[in-house]
Design a protein around this ligand. Sequence first.
Ligand code: SF4
Ligand SMILES: [Zn+2]
Length: 109
Amino acid sequence: MKKDIFILIQFIHVYCRYKHIEREKTDFSYHSLEMKKQVRLCEECSDLAVYSINRRIRCPMAVKPACKKCSIKCYAQEYREKIKKVMKFSGMYFIRRGRIDYLFKYFFR
Ligand code: SF4
Ligand SMILES: [Zn+2]
């Protein structure tokens, strides 16, 4: 789960860095989560990160499927649309940089 959360933050960070260039950003933190590398996010992306981490932590599936294949679909529509955009953009970003290990299975599994 920790790895999922770490990569989730990386995905949102890349999206925010390229899509929200003009926005003011602050260091992202989440409760007791020790950040391997500090990332700066805009307010909207910080909110999305907290929401998505909470969803991941509270995911009731014993073996987590891709969220898009999940029967529960716990994301609220607004956040679902946002995280889909993030996954699409940052997924391509990491593919272009050969970070296949970053092709994390959150939505694509
Ligand atoms: S949508 Fe389904 S798989 Fe994804 S976090 Fe929610 S419950 Fe878990
Ligand atoms: Zn942002």
